[in-house]
Design a protein. Structure first.
Ligand code: R5P
Length: 280
């Protein structure tokens, strides 16, 4: 078995190879004069594990090209972050089911797929091959243990993140809850924890994705108003679009921590160990 990666996920791929003590293939990347991507993969073996997050459209092309370059091998695709997964329904007539389009295209050339904290599990069958989603809850709990807070309240920003908050709470031995909206009037909503008050407490808001940071910034403002003493955020996929990091810090969040499913300066814990465990 050998690991091979897109340019997006080189560091994570290196860590997975290290954890498995297996080789990583060298890939030369360049562009044709018209901008098309060219790659040449070296040392392809019988079983190739392709690692690549899909954040921007070029990542998708790189994955398709790598899958084709390895087409003589048995391929396991590790898709640490799957962009387009949030368009998992047709919300309005005429829209594509983008998650299905992406999954079908990537699933067609591979033997099996592993995803990490996929936004909706309903996307998995669209790959058309055995596909498993794994959760980083345990790694997130380990990250939270390193924060200067002995008994944080773990909060999901909405009901969809309640299970993640609960799993992290169980792993670390902390209380967990999720936020819900109470409509006060036509214009005014209040966001508060479903059952555990935050007054005087250190809070860690956990989520699968931080994209614009809007969800978190709004929750942070409300939680400080309700007396929270410090707020941190730990997410799986730090997309951090449109200045999200500065938006969150200016909202008073003490730290923004994400995994290396999307590699950035906020990637302060790794998905590699958990991915390596499922590949063993
Ligand atoms: C939504 O259901 C997701 O779990 C995240 O809460 C959401 O994608 C975050 O988006 P943003 O950072 O743009 O508020």
């Amino acid at each position: 078995m050998k690991i091979i990666s897109t340019r997006r996920s080189q560091v994570l791929a290196g860590r997975i190879a290290g954890a498995l003590q297996c080789a990583i293939s060298d890939v030369r990347w360049t562009r044709f004069p018209d901008g098309e991507i060219y790659l040449q993969a070296h040392e392809i073996s019988d079983h190739m594990v392709i690692v690549g997050s899909l954040v921007e459209s070029d990542d998708f092309i790189e994955l398709l090209l790598l899958i084709d370059a390895c087409s003589e091998s048995e391929i396991t695709l590790v898709l640490p972050y799957m962009g387009y997964a949030r368009q998992d329904k047709q919300f309005n007539p005429g829209e594509p089911l983008s998650a299905r389009a992406i999954a079908r295209a990537l699933g067609s050339g591979v033997r099996k797929v592993t995803t990490i904290n996929l936004h909706e599990q309903t996307v998995l069958p669209y790959f058309g091959v055995p596909a498993t989603d794994i959760s980083l809850a345990k790694a997130m709990a380990e990250k939270i243990q390193s924060l200067p807070s002995s008994s944080p309240l773990i909060l999901g920003p909405d009901a969809g993140a309640a299970k993640l908050a609960q799993d992290i709470g169980h792993a670390g031995g902390w209380e967990s809850d999720h936020l819900h909206k109470i409509r006060l009037s036509g214009e005014e909503v209040r966001i508060e924890p479903k059952s555990i008050p935050v007054a005087g407490r250190e809070v860690v808001i956990v989520d699968d994705i931080i994209s614009t940071g809007g969800t978190l910034a709004t929750a942070t403002a409300m939680l400080y108003q309700q007396g929270a003493s410090a707020i941190y955020s730990v997410c799986v996929h730090g997309v951090l679009a449109t200045g999200a990091y500065t938006h969150l810090i200016s909202a008073g969040i003490k730290g923004v921590f994400s995994s290396d499913t999307i590699e950035s300066a906020c990637s302060t814990y790794s998905a590699a160990g958990i991915i390596a465990d499922v590949l063993r």
